[in-house]
Design a protein around this ligand. Sequence first.
Ligand SMILES: [Zn+2]
Length: 419
Amino acid sequence: MRHTARQTRENRTITVDFQNEATYFQLLGNGKAFVECVLAFLLALGFQLAHKATCRGGGCLTRHSHYARVRLGDLTIWRLQCTACKAVFTVLPHFVLRYRSMRPDVARDALLATHGGLSLELCAVLYHLSPMALYRLVCAFGHQSLVVVLTRCGLPLPVYFLADEKHSRCLTDKVYLPTVVSGRVLWHLGYTGEASAAAFTESYRVFQRAAVHQEPSYRVKGVLIDGFDSTTKSMRTLFPGARLGFCLRHALLKLPKKLVAITSPVRKALRTQFHTLLYRARQRKGLRVFALGQRLRHFVDHVTTTAGAANGQRVRRWFQDKKTGWYAVLADPQMPATSTLLDQAHNTIERKLFAMKGFHHPGGSQQAFLTGLAHLYNLVPYQRRAQHAGQCGVEVEGGIVPTRDWFLNVQILTSGGFR
Ligand SMILES: [Zn+2]
C-alpha cells in the first residue's frame, strides 16, 4: 500500500471526524450508514471532493472496497468511489495519520512541543518517537500548499501583503526563505540557495501560481518590502501592477546609522523628530504624499543645521533612494506600513530551524518541512487575550476552521481529497 500510493496517483485521502473510535468501528459493519456519515461530515464542512477533471459533478459516492492496514493492527480503512468519474477516495478516520503508525494524540503533543520551539530530538525523547518520524510528519502536512489550505478556511487571497526573505543556514551554506505574510497568516514560505532576483522570483512564483489557480482574476494591489534589489525585481516581475512600499519602521531604525560623529542626545532627538514626521504624514488623509516630500526636505535642512553638512548630505541621499517606497505606503491607506507581523513570523520560524539544525541538511525535504511548519504557524491557537482567546492565526484573520480541535483541523485541511 505504502509504495503504490506514493505520488504515483493523485492523493485523494480524506480525513473524516467520527467523533470517537467506537462510532467508527460500529459503522464498519454498515456500509450504507458509513457512507451517509461521511457525506454528512462533508456537508457540515462545506467541502467538495476532488473528483477527476472530467467529472461533471453530481456523482454520488458508493462503497467501493476496503482493506486492512496491517501496520496499525487490524484496522479497516474504507475506500469510496465516485460512480461518475471512478475517482477513489480513501477515508481516513480522525484517529489515524496517513501512512504513519504514530497515534494522533502523541503526534499532537509532539507537534505542539515542536511548534513551541523544542527540538525534534527532545520532542522525540519526551514522546518516545524517532526524531525522523516527527520530521516526516511535518513534511507530510507540508505537501499540501498554504494557499489551498488557507482558501479552504475561507480566507480571501491577500490583495496587500508583506514580502521578505529570512536569511538562514543549511550547515555552512547561506540559504534564504522567501516569505509572504498577510496579518497573522503565512501564505508562502519558500527556500532558495541564492539571493538572486531569479531565485526569489522562482520561489514567489509558487505562491503566485497557486493563487491564480485558485482565482484566475487575482490581482495584488500593494506589497511592503524592505527595498532589497532582488526582492523588488521579483515582485515587479510577478505582480507588475502592484505598489511596492518600503517599511516605515525600518526607516526609523536606519536613520541613526546615517548620523555619524554626533552626540547621542542629538541623534536621539533627530530620530524622535523623524518618527513624528512619519507618524504625522500617515495621519494626514488627502495630501499625505505631498506633505511628506516637503517635510523630508525640511528635515534634511534641520539635520544639516544640527548635525553638520556631511550628515545632511548622507540623509539627503538616503531619502532620495527610499522616498518612492515611503510614498507608496502613504499613497494608499490600505497599504501595510510596517513589516512587524512578518518579522514576528520570521522569528518564530527561525527559533524552530535553530532547534532543528540536525535536520536542516542539504539532502532534506526543506520545502515540505518549511510548509509543514507554516501550517502549524497558521493553525495552532496562540491567542490568549480576551478578544481572540484560543484562536489560531487563520481565525484571527477571519477564516473558519472545520473543528474546535487544531490538530484535527491540520489533518482535515491538508487532506489531498478535498477541493
Ligand atoms: Zn466524480
